[in-house]
Write a protein that binds this ligand. Sequence first.
Ligand code: FE
Length: 339
Amino acid sequence: MSKTRMLAVAAASAIAIGLPSLAAAQGEVNVYTYREQKLIQPLFDAFTKDTGIKVNAISASSGLDQRIKTEGANSPADVLLTVDIGRLEDAVQAGITQPIKSDVIDKAVPPQYRDPEGHWAGISMRARVIYASKDRVKQDAITYEELADPKWKGKICIRPGKHIYNNALIAAVIAKHGEAKAEEWLKGLKANLAQKPSGGDRDQARDVAAGKCDLGIGNTYYWALMTKDPKQKGWTEATKVILPTFAGGGTHVNLSGVVLAKHAPNKANAMKLIEWLAGDKAQHMYADSVYEYPVKAGIEINPIIAGYGKLNADPMPISKIAEFKKAAANLVDKVGFDN
Ligand code: FE
């Protein structure tokens, strides 16, 4: 082989070998996240390790939808990670999403946990549950309907009904029982409150621990997080988590989920990330790091969360609950729940 020919072969193979790694090095995906980046960075690192795709994350506690909307067709956002059907729906309403079309997602994420049109998909679940006083509450099972029973008069603490977490719970009651019965229920619940709705979910555990009420309403992950906080640990020691169910149904759950940005510049990589998030490893890692339930069946749950007992999630599609969000907000006004 002549020297020139040898160089040509070497150059050709360098291109052949070099191109894929160059492509991998250039591969990236831009994630806008409402989830704390500190919590999910290990997940992004694992994704990069598995795929060679670099994750650029922008994290904020609000305003990301608006930012993507303002950026318009030039938005670098590929994927938005957010929590609660309220915020997932807000993203859809803002017009910043496009359908996720994926057999992998359709297989991994049960249909009740994704938008029928594909505009959002759940990655993990949280349940809206009871933090009950260990000393004063003997029962270990309760229904949501029972929260309106006068036997709990003056014994329940809850954050405002206008908050998205309660909005979805009230919407689920409407979806189950219709608006008239839901109104009776909400009036009954209001009549049982120990105080005006205020604070966040953790504050309800605090108030149960302080003896102001016997039942506090809150999400599953807060109780787990409080066990890790020296100041709040005592609130968990004074309470037990009861997973309530609807009469004849399951426990109300909500989602942490993902949307594909309408103008995603790295759409193929965005789809890889979204599909990766629904895989076994990511499902465990993600749910474990944020103290939630994996959406995919058969994935190991964080031990603190597993300690609440077996979750029998309400089978009602989350998109069905979303249909009653407005009606739920109106009901809160109508019964003066937050007054
Ligand atoms: Fe929260």
